[in-house]
Design a protein around this ligand. Structure first.
Ligand code: 5AD
Ligand code: SF4
Length: 518
């Protein structure tokens, strides 16, 4: 175990854990599981910033003649981690493939946020067993948030012997070492650090497409909402330095990207952990606003840290779009308290009011959990009434899913399953109604659409999004893909708009963009 591994509470690699008998011996001897308790011990030690990632000569060419395949589950943070892992694979000489049948390495980049996300991964591991039987040289790896959970690692070690490597969210930069170990060892290679790593700036990335890009602005979360596993699986909040982010966005603009989404589990806490600067998300957005790139978004917000300076900066618009995803989770102050969200219904509504005053045409979307332990019918109805009062234009809605190791998992869950399902159904009916309503005023209007590609349902039709994140399907030549074009809306549906491109004259990277609905 080296110094770096010791610092992060790393497991030594097993010598052999390929049989049930070995497995129990292995637990008693070398295996130290990733610990959620350990992860919660937020140390005072400072985050180190590195710019020194290199691929050791001994790993160069590891991927020559080999192909990799990564399946990503969950949030944009995972999608972006996949881009980094793809970058490392390519730097090692691997080629990408979209087909599991001709892959030499398959990685499942997993999500732990709800039980059904985990079940999908276990199901997929079951399918991959047959592939491994046909191709014993195939390496199968599990990474991402599930790998940070002790129970998952134990289950994989015990039941999914087809897996060759498990590595955590803090170990991505160690992919060359992990792969090389997996090729040499017959045993499952497990490398999961309970504590977060440092920030490494120069990891290679292969971005998917050249229209929209994700840019991390911070990692981790310190909010510890009582239901949520993320603060444990992703570690403490670590902000990237503003100059690094600005540089990355500038370089994306220079390479012709049209849109950047700034990523973090709680982006509004950006900068709080940078000790030598009094600098927040508002300050960062104010600087990014000056970069010549048509659209900048950010996700995900926490209402608690959403300050007036940020609202003031967003109201300057330009390339800062009029869409804010603002998860509320519940409309009941009592439930919010048990969730440890640290705001009340009234405080949330006041924030919405301030945002709407500064930007009357803002599109607000949200996340909501129904069926929290002890949630009463009245409390659920408060969520419905809050939804109507705010007039959210869309929402991700979930039934509460207990996550082992979180405080909520210890609460008595006394809401019957059928009641939970019924609440979700009722909430979704309101969500649909408001989505449809929010689209009606677009009929006959001209909007600017960033064209992402062919529509999933009909390759004859192109699809893209407006500044306020409305999906638009329209007929236009394929040359419009990757551009911002003007589209006249001819029809509105519950979730999308139909239209016609009104001009060949493309807006391209024009900096000042007028209001969406003219
Ligand atoms: N159960 C259900 N939904 C959850 N979310 C987070 N944790 C849970 C859980 N244990 C939802 C929240 C969050 C979104 C990303 O996932 O609404 O905002
Ligand atoms: Fe999870 Fe978001 Fe709460 Fe952090 S702020 S604990 S990521 S729900």
């Amino acid at each position: 175990m080296n110094e770096e591994q010791r610092k992060h509470g790393q497991q030594a690699n097993p010598t052999s854990a390929k049989s049930e008998k070995d497995y129990s011996q292995y637990f008693q001897s070398v295996y130290i599981p990733p610990s959620l308790k350990e992860a919660k011990k937020r140390g005072k030690e400072e985050v180190q910033y590195h710019n020194d990632f290199t691929i050791d000569d001994k790993f160069k060419g590891l991927g020559t003649g080999r192909k990799f395949y990564i399946r990503t589950y969950g949030c944009q943070m995972n999608e972006h981690d996949t881009e980094v892992m793809a970058g490392i694979f390519m730097a090692l000489g691997y080629e990408a493939t979209n087909n599991t049948d001709d892959a030499d390495v398959i990685l499942l980049n997993t999500c732990a946020i709800r039980e059904n996300a985990e079940n999908k991964v276990f199901g997929e591991l079951g399918h991959l067993k047959a592939l491994k039987r046909e191709n014993p040289g195939l390496l199968i790896g599990v990474c991402g948030c599930m790998s940070q959970e002790e129970s998952v690692v134990k289950k994989i070690l015990k039941t999914y012997q087809q897996v060759d490597m498990i590595f955590g969210t803090h170990n991505i930069h160690r992919l060359p070492e992990i792969l090389s170990e997996a090729y040499m060892s017959k045993a499952m290679v497990v490398e999961v650090w309970s504590k977060e790593g440092d920030v490494i700036e120069n990891l290679p990335k292969v971005r998917r497409g050249n229209i929209k890009a994700w840019v991390n602005i911070m990692y981790g979360c310190d909010k510890f909402c009582t239901y949520c596993i993320v603060p444990y699986t992703r570690g403490k909040e670590r902000s990237r330095r503003p100059e690094e982010i600005i540089q990355e966005v500038r370089s994306l603009a220079a390479r012709g990207y049209e849109e950047v989404t700034l990523l973090g589990q709680n982006v509004n806490a950006y900068g709080k952990d940078i000790e030598d600067m009094d600098y927040g998300l508002g300050d960062l957005m104010d600087e990014l606003r000056k970069i010549d790139i048509p659209r900048i978004r950010f996700t995900t917000s926490h209402p608690r840290d959403f300050d007036d300076h940020l609202i003031e900066v967003l109201a300057k618009r330009g390339n800062l779009v009029e869409h804010i995803h603002l998860p509320v989770q519940s409309g009941s102050t009592s439930v919010l308290k048990i969730m440890a969200r640290k705001y009340s219904r009234e405080v949330f509504l006041d924030l919405v009011e301030r945002i709407k005053t500064a930007m009357p045409d803002v599109a607000l979307t949200t996340d909501i959990i129904v069926g929290y332990p002890n949630e009463t019918e009245e409390q659920f109805e408060e969520t419905l009434s809050l939804y109507r009062e705010v007039g959210f234009e869309s929402a991700y809605t979930y039934i509460y899913s207990p996550r082992e190791g979180t405080p909520a998992a210890k609460m008595t869950d006394n809401v019957p399953d059928d009641v939970k399902k019924d609440r979700l159904r009722r909430l979704n009916a309101v969500v649909n109604e408001f989505s449809g309503k929010s689209l009606l005023p677009y009929k006959g209007e001209i909007v600017e659409v960033l064209v992402e590609g062919e529509s999933k349902k009909n390759p004859e039709v192109l699809a893209g999004y407006t500044r306020r994140s409305k999906l638009v399907n329209f007929k236009a030549p394929k040359t419009a893909i990757g551009k911002i074009v003007k589209v006249k809306i001819t029809d509105t549906k519950s979730w999308s708009l139909d239209g016609e491109m009104i001009e060949e004259g493309l807006i391209g990277s024009e900096f000042q963009i007028p209001a969406e609905v003219n």
